[in-house]
Design a protein around this ligand. Structure first.
Ligand SMILES: [Zn+2]
Length: 70
């Protein structure tokens, strides 16, 4: 479906540890640990939300995750 190579579907098995650990994984840059800037793009026709993350400090941590709403 999605044409973008960078998109991956969310798998909850990837998250481990307690809620603090999960939040840290989701909200911080892999490279420098700075908070990521998140943006969400909703596609209600396909019932998905595409989340994009980018580090404001080093420009790394680019990530796109598709959330399926159901
Ligand atoms: Zn960074």
């Amino acid at each position: 479906m999605a044409a973008e190579v960078n998109v991956k579907f969310e798998k909850f098995e990837e998250y481990y540890g307690d809620i603090q650990q999960v939040k840290k994984i989701m909200d911080q840059c892999d490279h420098c640990g700075s908070p990521l800037v998140l943006s969400h793009l909703s596609d209600y026709n396909n019932l998905i939300v595409q989340e994009s993350a980018r580090c404001s400090e080093c420009g790394g941590g680019n990530r796109k995750v598709v959330h399926i709403l159901n």
